[in-house]
Design a protein. Structure first.
Length: 161
């Protein structure tokens, strides 16, 4: 039994170390804001398109889409940020957490302001609570009677001829 417990502990430590070491970092200046959850960062002479991990902001044509974009712009445009990321998405964007110059996580700040949904495939308890608090306080898009999730909006756009 002791060997089993020790094996489980060692496996957990190895996984934590792997996750810590596998996270990559980009530091640079935000040079463009595509929408609330997608920015471009310039590091040296290279640009990186960053998709904020774990959240989904309304599309530009959706209610609150431009509000989310402005919020992101006000927080980081022209500023130096840190991005931690582990993988790229199918569009070759870096999925990451963006840290504002003040050290806040932009991903979480958008949820707190009621300008994003927790991405449906992400199961972060922290993000879930932040979204719930914004919903209960009717902040941002949660003030609308029937907000439409961006993934539902995009699906509807695809189905139209």
């Amino acid at each position: 039994m002791k060997k089993y417990v020790l094996s489980v502990i060692l496996a957990a430590v190895a996984l934590l170390v792997y996750n810590f070491l596998s996270a990559k970092e980009i530091r640079g200046k935000v040079v463009s804001i595509q929408d609330g959850d997608t920015i471009t960062v310039l590091q040296g002479t290279a640009t990186y398109k960053i998709r904020l991990d774990g959240i989904d902001c309304p599309e530009k044509a959706q209610a609150f889409g431009n509000v989310a974009r402005k919020f992101t712009s006000d927080q980081v445009f022209g500023q130096k940020v840190k991005v931690t990321w582990k993988e790229k998405d199918r569009y070759k964007r870096y999925l990451g957490t963006v840290y504002t110059p003040a050290g806040k996580k932009l991903n979480q700040e958008l949820l707190k302001a009621g300008l994003a949904w927790q991405y449906k495939e992400n199961d972060s308890p922290v993000l879930r609570v932040l979204e719930l608090k914004a919903r209960q306080a009717k902040l941002g898009l949660w003030a609308a009677p029937h907000p439409v999730a961006p993934w539902d909006y995009r699906q509807g756009k695809r189905e139209k001829p």
